[in-house]
Design a protein around this ligand. Structure first.
Ligand SMILES: N[C@@H](CCC(=O)N[C@@H](CS)C(=O)NCC(=O)O)C(=O)O
Length: 238
């Protein structure tokens, strides 16, 4: 039975971190909200009134009767099944810690365009977004990226954990790609300052399953509904 991925249609969003793992592994999956009546099915699950596994928000994955919410949790579950996680238990916990750090950064990226309220439009919080994005560019991108660069370099530079490609590497690819899209000025120094991350990003982009996926219509372009939004007025030199 194929995995069922539930995520909002029309944007890459947080669902993309899961898609990249499924696509890289060549797993059979259905992107449910993009199928006919899929949104209705997703909303019905989210509005459920019984059972112990009602998810709070997409993305969530359905594998048979099991429903798994949260990107990091989904990838923790899928990693071993897709051959995209270390086999050693302790290393899997370390991979999970790295993925949760990516989750934290993604939340901060979201807050650059929604610093006051998720329930308001970006247009309703533009001055605050400008201030938040400025701090994110000056302080937070360097802190997170220097950390990932350090971990990658400490692990000999090819993979962020273990000696083979994992779902964490794929998520770092998406983080790099998304930030380059959202903040081209602020990230123009990436190649110079984050050599290992830049090499990892380039090598993942070239791998056949990812290269094929990026060319396919399953990969939606970045847009201003997702996590990574390009608002030129929020971008600035680092
Ligand atoms: N920690 C969760 C965050 C999930 C999340 O915030 N999902 C967003 C879409 S990207 C959503 O639909 N949120 C609805 C809400 O917070 O009310 C994860 O990593 O999956």
């Amino acid at each position: 039975m194929p995995y069922e991925l539930y995520y909002w249609d029309g944007l890459q969003g947080r669902g993309e971190f899961v898609r990249l793992a499924l696509e890289y592994a060549g797993a059979r999956y259905v992107d449910v909200a993009r199928t006919e009546a899929g949104m209705k099915t997703m909303l019905k699950i989210l509005g459920g009134k019984t059972g112990a596994n009602i998810p709070f928000a997409p993305p969530f994955l359905k594998d048979g009767d099991l429903i798994i919410p949260h990107v990091a949790n989904i990838l923790f579950y899928l990693g071993p099944k897709l051959g995209l996680a270390p086999t050693d238990e302790a290393m899997r916990m370390i991979a999970n810690g790295l993925q949760l750090t990516i989750t934290d950064m993604v939340a901060e990226i979201h807050d650059t365009h929604h610093p006051i309220a998720t329930s308001l439009y970006y247009e309703d919080q533009k001055p605050e977004a400008k201030a938040r994005a400025g701090d994110f560019i000056t302080n937070r991108i360097p802190k997170f990226f220097a950390y990932f660069e350090r971990v990658l370099t400490a692990n000999a530079g090819k993979h962020v954990i273990g000696d083979a490609l994992s779902y964490v590497d794929l998520s770092l690819f998406q983080l790099y790609e998304g930030l380059r899209y959202a903040f081209p000025r602020a990230t123009s120094h990436f190649a110079k300052d984050y050599e290992a991350l830049t090499a990892l990003h380039a090598s993942i982009k070239r791998r056949k399953p990812i290269a094929d996926y990026l060319k396919s219509n399953r990969r939606l372009p970045f847009n201003e509904s997702g996590i990574f939004r390009h608002y030129p007025e929020l971008d600035q030199d680092p």
